[in-house]
Design a protein around this ligand. Sequence first.
Ligand SMILES: [Zn+2]
Ligand SMILES: [Zn+2]
Length: 112
Amino acid sequence: MRTNIYKKQILELLQKRHLLTISEINNIIPDADYSTVFRNIEQLLKDNEIKKVMINNKLTAYESIKDNHDHFICNGCGGVESISLLISQRDLNNKTVSDITVRGACAKCKES
Ligand SMILES: [Zn+2]
Ligand SMILES: [Zn+2]
């Protein structure tokens, strides 16, 4: 099935590259149209193979579930840095924390 080919391609892509949006995935795999990529992303999220990271109100990126780190996202330029917060390894009141997003201003945006 064609859909399965794309699902595998998208997963392999996200295992190699960090944080891609649907448009970016679409550019790298031009054979798959936007809705095909979208459908496969939804499926991979359900399968717990990838996770969603909200960059800002308009931008959502995806990465492999195996990317075991947290993110710092700059409110100014939207830059993303991988960080490690020890709390993500712990259980929080019976909830398992998989990742934490910290927002603020990066060094560059803080200056200006
Ligand atoms: Zn910034
Ligand atoms: Zn990441």
